[in-house]
Ligand binder design. Sequence first.
Ligand SMILES: NC(=O)c1ccc[n+]([C@@H]2O[C@H](COP(=O)([O-])OP(=O)(O)OC[C@H]3O[C@@H](n4cnc5c(N)ncnc54)[C@H](OP(=O)(O)O)[C@@H]3O)[C@@H](O)[C@H]2O)c1
Length: 244
Amino acid sequence: MNDTLNLKNIAVIGVGGAIGRAVAEHYAGHSGVERIITFSRSRQNFTDKRIVNHTLNYYDETHLVQAANRLDHFEGMDAIFVTTGVLHNDDVVPEKSLKELTMHNFETLFRIDTIVPALLVKHFSPKLHKNRPAIMVVLTARVGSISDNRFGGWYAYRCAKAALNMFVKNASIEIKRRYRHQMIVAMHPGTVDSPLSEPYKANLDPSKVFSPAVSAAHLAKSIAGLSLEDSGKIIAWDGEEIDP
Ligand SMILES: NC(=O)c1ccc[n+]([C@@H]2O[C@H](COP(=O)([O-])OP(=O)(O)OC[C@H]3O[C@@H](n4cnc5c(N)ncnc54)[C@H](OP(=O)(O)O)[C@@H]3O)[C@@H](O)[C@H]2O)c1
């Protein structure tokens, strides 16, 4: 985001995941960063003393309020990342065809990939810095782009991420009205070596799969190039806009 973005206090929600952890560790390498407050379902340990971790139950709104209020200790967050998101888990397998659709898959992935990030934005975006440029970043996936869908499949995940992209656009309108120097974007981290992509690794060209650290570095570079007019957009790891 234009050169006036001063990254001093950062929050990362979802550091139990590969990309969330890498984002926190990436910014720990920035000299101007003073504090990185992180959240995850289970306790995470970091060697850098500037990274603080708190556990968080994403499904308890009272807990979300309490967690967000921890940020009141600081003058305002310069960047807040939501890096949670699931494609598959113990009881959700991405659908290859219509006959595999289930209520359970849809409910589970909409809960995780749309509703949880939305509630995190609800409770955490008011903690963005009120007097200088500040950004909220929510991780999405290119496969949530309707116009970019060439292969089909992964119904619940694609739909949940498309809904998340709409949520981010909607929130950007309200956030801009509230504080004109605050913005929110949905970002695609690239294809990243993580538990999420693990089952598909065999079919991927290894040269096109980023390590979490490389993805985090790309995301940070792209964020540094954004301007307020980009609020509400879907931005890829390389800074290119992805059409909804
Ligand atoms: N890896 C890729 O190739 C790729 C590609 C495109 C988009 N993305 C997106 O990038 C984001 C991070 O993915 P990743 O690769 O880092 O995945 P990951 O290592 O598998 O991390 C999973 C993340 O989802 C959270 N999570 C797991 N189960 C959850 C549940 N039941 N409810 C709410 N949150 C839950 C975890 O939270 P805790 O931190 O609290 O454990 C963690 O932050 C996701 O939004 C994903 O869709 C990834």
